[in-house]
Design a protein around this ligand. Sequence first.
Ligand code: NI
Length: 257
Amino acid sequence: MSYISPFNRYKIFDTHAHYDDEAFNNDRDKLLGALKNSVCGIINCACNSQSGKTTMELAHKYPFVYGAVGLHPEDTEPLDLSWIEELATDPKCVAIGEIGLDYHWDSVPRDVQKANFITQLKLAEKLNKPVIIHSRDANADTFDIIKEYRPKGVMHCYSGSAEMARQLVDMGIYIGIGGVLTFKNARKTVEVAEQIPLEFILLETDAPYMAPVPLRSKRCHSGMIINVARRIAEIKGISVAEVLKTTRENTRRLFGV
Ligand code: NI
């Protein structure tokens, strides 16, 4: 099958993907069946109650798939903690996410986004779960809320400065790095990868989005993380194996899987 990764000797953990996305409707089972050879784990992230359900269905179908459930800041559905809490008690649900702030389209008023974010941070604390944080064009507000509520978790697809990343790491927050690192205009993300310790980096795809170079126009899947790991290895002057091993340990430390 064309999409089997040639890197079977590596074990990749993808901490952020959306395999319930319609982009995978035609070959989801085939693809996940093939990926199990090169991937040791995937966290599928929900955005609303519907994808919360489909996320946990995938997590039950595939031993190496785990779920994160929460209401995405851009989702217009009203926040309802009951479905989140119910799904989060499932042993295969490892995090609350993705949650956060997104000021790019402003499809949901900012005060509503902030309130939903904070409510879900409090729920995560109550359930003793880490959070997966989405922040787009909203890094300053996201940072302030993290500083105040001190969750344990990861900033997914981190887009802020190296300075802010260092401050987040000081608060115990992990930095999610994906395909963006391989893009031509990735200067800021390269600085982040340079300056923060490998012990605080998590690998992720955001599949089906954000395929790394040289596959940028393709539909993204977890096997492509090897291109991100290679770039981190290059930037830090270490081996790809070390990048995969340490980020795998980081994943276990944060999510317990
Ligand atoms: Ni995502």
